[in-house]
Ligand binder design. Structure first.
Ligand code: SAH
Length: 247
């Protein structure tokens, strides 16, 4: 007896929608999302689409009506509640745009709760486009099947970031000059990982960070990693030890 095929099929497209989702609602999809569903995925009426809203969870909808530039989806089944995201922030000094966007995308896939762009003395870039960052996060969340988007903090100077630092949150300061082995330093509870820019932190920034009561200077090994390599490595180590990578 052939096994009944899983439903919805693995290839079911998955979209983030800005408006809150509820069973029975009909949504109109236009613009790029409509182009993707109609032009790329070539969906027909009755086809399934997974939707999530970063509020209530993930739903299965079906294509109710199609026209040249838009389509209607009817929300039919709730598949999952919104996830509980591991309580990890990544505080990343600005680096060149394409690599910075890459860190944002990977941080989303790896499960971070918040992405905090930081301005430090040696940043060669001094502004970040929030809508572009959010678009990268949404695309990554759609692909990796997250039901919650990472929160994105406004660009903050290092001093301001540390001045208002939450008392309960450990600040793992990835210091290329050396620190405790990261894996052994990680303790339970809310956490953040701080990564510098291509040029690293200045001496005064290094001393300023180390003077913070929540700061834990950690090493990611004997080699000098690029900021993006350091960010992804540190997030992965934390996720494996304290995140949701273990059962
Ligand atoms: N300009 C520095 C390198 C900066 S690398 C130099 O050439 O010496 C960018 C950031 O990645 C650093 O600020 C640090 O946060 C992180 N990083 C790189 N290698 C690291 C290591 N071995 N241990 C801890 N953090 C590291």
């Amino acid at each position: 007896m052939p096994a009944t095929p899983a439903w919805p099929p693995k290839s079911t497209p998955r979209l983030f929608v800005e408006q809150p989702l509820e069973l029975g609602a009909t949504l109109n999809i236009a613009g790029n999302s409509a182009h993707y569903l109609l032009g790329v995925m070539r969906l027909k009426e009755g086809a399934p689409v997974k939707l999530f809203d970063d509020i209530s969870g993930e739903y299965l909808a079906t294509v109710a009506r199609i026209s040249k530039r838009d389509l209607d989806l009817t929300v039919e089944t709730k598949l999952r509640a919104r996830e509980t995201t591991p309580d990890l922030w990544i505080a990343q000094a600005l680096i060149k745009k394409d690599r910075f966007d890459w860190i944002a995308e990977k941080a989303c896939e790896l499960g971070v709760a918040r992405f905090a762009p930081v301005l430090t003395a040696r940043c060669v870039v001094d502004k970040v486009k929030d809508d572009r960052l959010r678009a990268h996060m949404i695309e990554a969340a759609e692909q990796c099947e997250r039901t919650a988007l990472p929160q994105i903090s406004p660009l903050t100077k290092l001093e301001a970031l540390l001045k208002d630092w939450p008392a309960e949150r450990s600040l793992y300061f990835c210091d290329e000059r050396g620190g405790e082995p990261f894996l052994e330093t990680i303790k339970a509870g809310p956490a953040a990982i701080l990564i510098g820019p291509e040029g690293g932190f200045t001496d005064s920034e290094n001393a300023y960070i180390r003077a913070h009561p929540n700061a834990r200077p950690v090493s990611l090994g004997p080699r000098i990693l690029r900021a993006d390599t350091a960010a992804i490595s540190a997030i992965s180590i934390w996720m494996a030890k304290n995140g949701d990578w273990c059962a």
